[in-house]
Design a protein around this ligand. Structure first.
Ligand SMILES: Nc1ncnc2c1ncn2[C@@H]1O[C@H](COP(=O)(O)OP(=O)(O)O)[C@@H](O)[C@H]1O
Ligand SMILES: Nc1ccn([C@H]2C[C@H](O)[C@@H](COP(=O)(O)OP(=O)(O)O)O2)c(=O)n1
Ligand SMILES: [Mg+2]
Length: 237
């Protein structure tokens, strides 16, 4: 039903679409890229959101809320790597060493895990949490997967708050100790911020102030996703 309406809306209002912001246009194009003979989807490009922010900025916490409120599949790059590490696969030891050192796992490994997770996701709206962590991650994703994100959320949080949160996280992670945290913060500044700047220059980044309670932050996040839905709904009507 949704797909049929989305398809219909595009065919009657394409000339009016010029006035909408690029992200919304992208969302419309995503939802209307159906090719089935009855005009209803057969295979559609997923709507991809990258969720970035320093270690402990609250990416995972907010992704869970976005997923349950807006029906996104939540793929955490760090979680996929930790599962791979515990599965005793051939890359397990390498992943363990890199994570312990606060460094970035080679893109080929992470992207192959993300690709599998996208292929088996039950929603075509995907949140990729904690990826890309470097320009090399980003370029490899765009080359291998062949798409850019439709939207990038960036959680901005002071370092002392991130450190406090990580030290209180208590999930038994090998990288949640002060020595590794220092390295991760440096890697974040040196390698992850250029990714944020790249997508900012393309107008894709929604910066969210990540201080305050989980509810207060989610209210800021909710407005970003709700406005996307709302504008699509208006066009459909
Ligand atoms: N707004 C917040 N205020 C206080 N603690 C928070 C907040 N958001 C998340 N946390 C806690 O901080 C820790 C890090 O959050 P998490 O979502 O795992 O961040 P990230 O995925 O960015 O590392 C977790 O223990 C989480 O429960
Ligand atoms: N794209 C990624 C994502 C995570 N990793 C590694 C390095 C990161 O420090 C760890 C943990 O990532 P994770 O996103 O779970 O960490 P935070 O939620 O930011 O605390 O995994 C990576 O190498 N490449
Ligand atoms: Mg996380």
């Amino acid at each position: 039903m949704w797909r049929r309406f989305a398809h219909l809306s595009l065919s009657i209002s394409r000339t009016k679409l010029q006035s909408f912001e690029p992200t919304v246009l992208k969302l419309i194009n995503t939802f209307s890229s159906d090719s089935g003979s009855d005009g209803v989807a057969s295979s559609r490009k997923p709507f991809i959101t990258f969720v970035l922010g320093g270690p402990g900025s609250g990416k995972g916490t907010q992704c869970e809320r976005i997923a349950s409120t807006f029906g996104f599949a939540h793929l955490s790059a760090g979680e996929l790597l930790r599962e791979e590490m515990s599965s005793h696969s051939e890359n397990g030891e390498l992943i363990r060493n890199v994570i312990k050192e606060g460094k970035i796992v080679p893109s080929a490994i992470t992207i192959s895990l993300i690709k599998k997770a996208i292929d088996s996701a039950t929603s075509d709206k995907i949140l990729i949490d904690g990826f890309p962590r470097s320009e090399e991650n980003r370029m490899a994703f765009e080359k291998i997967i062949g798409v850019e994100p439709d939207l990038v959320i960036f959680f901005e949080c002071p370092e002392e708050e991130m450190v406090k949160r990580i030290l209180g996280r208590n999930q038994g992670r090998i990288d949640d100790n002060m020595e590794t945290i220092r390295k991760r913060l440096k890697i974040f500044e040196d390698l992850n911020m250029p990714v944020v700047e790249h997508y900012s220059s393309k107008g894709k980044v929604h910066k969210i102030t990540a201080t305050g309670t989980v509810d207060e932050i989610f209210e800021r996040v909710r407005q970003v996703f709700a406005s996307l839905r709302w504008q699509v709904t208006v066009i459909i009507a």
